[in-house]
Design a protein around this ligand. Structure first.
Ligand SMILES: *Cc1c(COP(=O)(O)O)cnc(C)c1O
Length: 224
C-alpha cells in the first residue's frame, strides 16, 4: 500500500521555505488517497504527467488543489484540462501554446504556462531548444490567454553531479537572458522550475524557484 512520508515532506519544507522555493508534490501513479493525505497537512500544489489520470483524480479531489501539468502534452488533449489546470509547465511547441491560448479563451480564463527547455543529454526528453524559444517568445503577445510565467527543465539522469549542476546553471543563465530580452517590463516571467527528488538540492543552489518532487514524498513508483 502507498504511504506518504510525512517526515520527508516536513524536512523538504524546512529546506525550501526559507529560500522561497515552492514545492510541487508529483503524484503521478499514486492514488487519490495519497494526495488527500498530503492535502490534509495543508499541501495544495500537485504535479501530474498524464491527462486521463489527472482528469479522473481532479474529479474526486477537493477543488482548491492547484494542479500543475508536467508531462508531455498532446495538442488534442489540452481541452480536457483547460477548464481547471493551475499551470502547464511542459509547453514544448508553438502549436501546443496556441491551443492552450485557444482553449483558455473559450473558458474565459488565463492559463499560466512555463516553457520546457531541453537541457539534458538524453534525446528522449522533450523541450525547446534556444532557437525555438526565441522564435516563440518573439510572438508571445499573440497568445494573451496563455501567460508565460517561466521556464521548466529536467537535467540528465546521472550520478554525475557536475553534469547536473552545469545543466541547471545553463538554464538559470538562459532564464535571466530571456527575462531581460522579452519580459523587462513584465513581472509575470518569474518562475524557474527545476529539481526533482534526486537533484533538487543542486537545482536550489543554482537558482530554482520551484521543485517537483515525487518519490521522496510518495515512495518509489512502479513503471508505467
Ligand atoms: C516524475 C517527474 C518528477 C518527479 O520525479 P521524482 O524523481 O519522483 O521526484 C518531476 N518532474 C517531472 C517532469 C516528472 O515527470
Amino acid at each position: 500500500m502507498t504511504s506518504v512520508d510525512f517526515s520527508a515532506y516536513q524536512q523538504l519544507l524546512q529546506e525550501l521555505q526559507p529560500r522561497n522555493v515552492k514545492l510541487i508534490a508529483v503524484s503521478k501513479t499514486f492514488p487519490p488517497e495519497a494526495i488527500l493525505a498530503l492535502y490534509e497537512k495543508g499541501h495544495r500544489d500537485f504535479g501530474e504527467n498524464y491527462v486521463q489520470e489527472l482528469v479522473s483524480k481532479q474529479k474526486v479531489l477537493p477543488p482548491d488543489i492547484r494542479w500543475h501539468f508536467i508531462g508531455h502534452l498532446q495538442t488534442n488533449k489540452v481541452k480536457h484540462i483547460a477548464p481547471f489546470i493551475h499551470c502547464i509547465q511542459s509547453v514544448d511547441s508553438i502549436r501546443v501554446l496556441q491551443e492552450i491560448d485557444r482553449q483558455a479563451e473559450k473558458y474565459q480564463r488565463i492559463i499560466p504556462v512555463m516553457l520546457q527547455v531541453h537541457i539534458a543529454k538524453e534525446t528522449t526528453k522533450f523541450g525547446l531548444d534556444e532557437a525555438s524559444l526565441h522564435e516563440l517568445l518573439k510572438q508571445h503577445q499573440a497568445w494573451p490567454h496563455a501567460r508565460i510565467i517561466g521556464l521548466m527543465g529536467m537535467a540528465t539522469f546521472t550520478d554525475n553531479t557536475q553534469v547536473i549542476q552545469s545543466e541547471f546553471h545553463y538554464l538559470k543563465l538562459l532564464f535571466d537572458q530571456l527575462k531581460q530580452t522579452y519580459f523587462s517590463d513584465n513581472p509575470n516571467f518569474s518562475e524557474l522550475s527545476m529539481g526533482m527528488s534526486h537533484d533538487y538540492q543542486i537545482a536550489v543552489e543554482e537558482g530554482s524557484t520551484m521543485v517537483r518532487i515525487g518519490s521522496l514524498i510518495f515512495g518509489e513508483r512502479k513503471k508505467y
